[in-house]
Design a protein. Structure first.
Length: 191
């Protein structure tokens, strides 16, 4: 049984979507919340993403990667003070094209405060940062794909994930020299 005092008022709910429909669901809910006069029930839709950088055909490409594929999080008033689902916001979100349903089925459980804080912090921490699609480890062999050391191979000596940089030892004129590179300037050597 759901405790009415724990679910009444604005709470965060997880909504499951069809594959790759998260952004469409987010846009639709945000756009039509005013048209349907649901501004007092639906406050925010969150689709947590991070910017991922990868190299394709010697070009640096940035894409958005979802932290929770197949889900969006909706900050809304779904239950009234008696613990009864309010039909208007329930039907609005539930019947949005691309939505499978609320996590929890016919009696959705709001997310715990700690969980949504963690998700929101994850989003804030990733803002303005590029994360490489490929993660590197010390000792790996890589080929340099950009810059003055193009096409040289070397071994990773240090990894700095905060700055997105690597220190790679390359052989120049028979001597190993450490070179500092960005993640996107190298690719793994296939073994």
């Amino acid at each position: 049984m759901i405790n009415p005092s724990k679910v009444a008022g604005p709470r965060w709910f997880a909504v499951q979507t069809l594959s790759n429909q998260e952004a469409k669901v987010k846009r639709y809910v945000e756009k039509f919340v005013e048209v349907e006069e649901l501004g007092e029930f639906v406050f925010e839709v969150l689709m947590p993403v991070e910017t991922v950088t990868e190299i394709k055909n010697s070009k640096k490409i940035q894409k958005l990667r979802k932290f929770y594929p197949g889900y969006v999080f909706v900050h809304m008033c779904l239950y009234d003070e008696t613990g009864t689902i309010q039909q208007k916001p329930w039907a609005f979100v539930r019947n949005t094209e691309g939505v499978i349903g609320f996590v929890g089925g016919d009696r959705p459980t709001p997310l715990k405060e700690d969980d949504i804080k963690r998700i929101i912090n994850q989003v804030h921490e990733s803002k303005g940062k590029e994360v490489p699609k490929v993660q590197f480890a010390v000792g790996e062999q890589v080929k340099i794909t950009d810059g003055p050391f193009l096409n040289l191979t070397g071994q990773i000596d240090e990894v700095d994930p905060q700055r997105g940089r690597l220190k790679v030892s390359v052989s120049i004129f028979g001597r190993f020299t450490p070179v500092e590179l960005e993640y996107w300037q190298v690719e793994r050597l296939e073994e």
